[in-house]
Write a protein that binds this ligand. Structure first.
Ligand code: ZN
Length: 495
């Protein structure tokens, strides 16, 4: 924990040395999905970014409480204060219960995250399971005078708040600009000002998801859940709050306002945001036809894809860019990642059979190189999670291994051990890559053993003069494409 981890704080717009509130514990909150559709690239990127942060903090020795919420109520279409609830709308379309929609897509989300080797968070709270906490928060903000009731709904009074605090502190937006660009939307006349946002909405008669409150039968505003649930599980003040850049405004700006209004101070020490994903240089959008979901990537079933891409290729590709840069998905770029990753994994597997070719320290160059690779990987991770540099150093390690295989560089037993350690630590534990090719190797080994077993049975049959069985095994394997040769000591086979 002596390592100086630098984190880029969106709030201060600079890299800061990470210092948690408690010596060896970290509280981390990341906005999870609104579960009303199949998980796509826009879900994969924050999940993978903060999974790597979770893994790295754990690797540094911190006990991390990682909370990632599930939005299952209150997120209205257009991310605004009017219109239908996204989940209720989907439920109506498919003639399902809203919670049926939630469960269905939550299962899909979990399945996709598991394929991507994203570790489950410590707590995964649902907004609908925390209505009491949200009502209490609305009451707190009302009591402090930063909200008002109107026709059974409760709105946050942005102008009043901005007189004492800074609304726009995170996004850098200026209230005058917001006022001049915000149009009045339908049904917003109950607000004092168009920039105000809903804390509680009175439900219209046809609205399905509704709860009793002091103000009306209704439902919480979208931004409320994260403030209420982070406070419940991580306290009034906690270390890291993350999410995609698209959440900076209004979602996270409103979270800050709610938290400052209710407690008098900001709750988050470090705000972190991952950049967006584009497809062939374009923003993803349902209307653009480039909205590719994760299952379509894994199966290669979208018309823009020329092949399928494994979950590890997607993960590796995302980590080849720094989390604050955009990532552009294209077949060419993904194919390059696929090749790069399989080269890295194949080389890593070679370490298992590589024989030491020198005495420890006998090669003046290589031991120093390997130790410096460790240092460089650590340095890169400490520099605001610079995963592309970590990957570049792992490729350098692969180059050393390949030179040793080719006999142009010698590696001692200790070097080989260090290299294994390097891959285990950075590629597998920190970057969270699964060794898919190792699984392939394992099945190839099992397959070979099964063929040996059959041919041994054939030899026994021959010894017992059971020609029928011996011929049957030989003929059927030959028909399957095997070439079998009897030798002095037994047999040889190939496909
Ligand atoms: Zn949130």
């Amino acid at each position: 924990m002596d390592a100086k981890l630098l984190i880029h704080n969106t709030l201060t717009r600079k890299k800061e040395v990470f210092k948690p509130l408690q010596e060896n514990r970290v509280g981390m909150y990341v906005c999870g999905p609104t579960v009303y559709g199949e998980p796509h690239l826009g879900h994969a990127r924050p999940a993978i970014t903060f999974d790597v942060l979770f893994r790295y903090l754990t690797h540094l020795g911190y006990k991390v409480r990682y909370v990632r919420n599930i939005t299952d109520v209150g997120h209205l279409v257009n991310d605004a204060d009017s219109g239908e609830d996204k989940i209720a709308q989907k439920a109506k379309l498919d003639n399902l219960e809203p919670m049926e929609v939630v469960q269905y897509y939550l299962n899909s989300y979990h399945k996709a995250m598991e394929s991507l080797n994203v570790l489950p968070p410590s707590i995964e709270p649902h907004a609908s399971g925390h209505i009491i906490e949200q009502i209490k928060l609305v009451q707190d903000i009302l009591d402090k005078g930063f909200a008002y009731e109107s026709e059974g709904s409760v709105y946050f009074d942005v102008l009043k708040y901005n007189k004492q605090h800074n609304y726009g502190v995170l996004s850098g937006r200026n209230i005058e600009d917001m006022l001049s660009t915000t149009r009045e939307l339908d049904g917003q006349d109950e607000k004092r000002n168009p920039v105000d946002f809903a804390l509680w909405k009175k439900a219209s008669p046809e609205h399905i998801m509704r709860w009793n409150s002091p103000w009306s039968d209704g439902f919480p505003g979208w931004h409320l859940e994260c403030t209420a649930m982070s406070k419940k599980y991580l306290g009034e003040e906690f270390d890291i709050h993350g999410g995609g850049m698209d959440l900076i405004f209004p979602h996270h700006e409103c979270e800050i306002a709610q938290s400052v209004a209710s407690t008098g101070h900001e709750g988050v020490r470090y705000w972190m945001h991952n950049n967006m994903v584009t497809v062939n240089g374009q923003k993803m959008g349902k209307s653009l036809g480039n909205f590719i979901n994760l299952a379509q990537f894994f199966e290669g079933t979208h018309e823009l894809l020329t092949q399928s891409y494994s979950p590890m290729t997607i993960r590796f590709f995302i980590l080849q860019a720094h989390y604050r840069s955009t990532v552009d998905f294209s077949n060419e770029a993904l194919q390059a990642s696929e090749k790069g990753l399989s080269r890295l994994l194949e080389t890593c597997n070679r370490l298992n059979t590589l024989k030491p070719s020198g005495i420890a320290g006998s090669n003046p160059q290589s031991p120093a190189d390997i130790q410096s690779l460790f240092a460089k990987c650590e340095e890169a991770m400490n520099d605001d999670l610079n995963t592309p540099i970590v990957i570049a150093n792992l490729f350098e390690a692969a180059r050393i291994i390949n030179s040793a295989v080719a006999g142009t560089e010698s590696l001692s037993e200790e070097d080989i051990k260090s290299l294994k350690d390097l891959f285990n630590t950075y590629l597998f534990d920190v970057l969270g890559i699964k060794n898919e090719s190792k699984a392939d190797n394992a099945s190839a080994v099992a397959f070979g053993k099964a063929i040996d077993l059959l041919l041994n049975l054939r030899m026994q049959a021959k010894q017992n003069k059971d020609w029928a069985t011996s011929d049957k095994i030989r003929n059927e394997l030959t028909a399957l494409g095997f070439e079998i040769k009897d030798t002095k000591d037994g047999f040889e086979w190939k496909i």
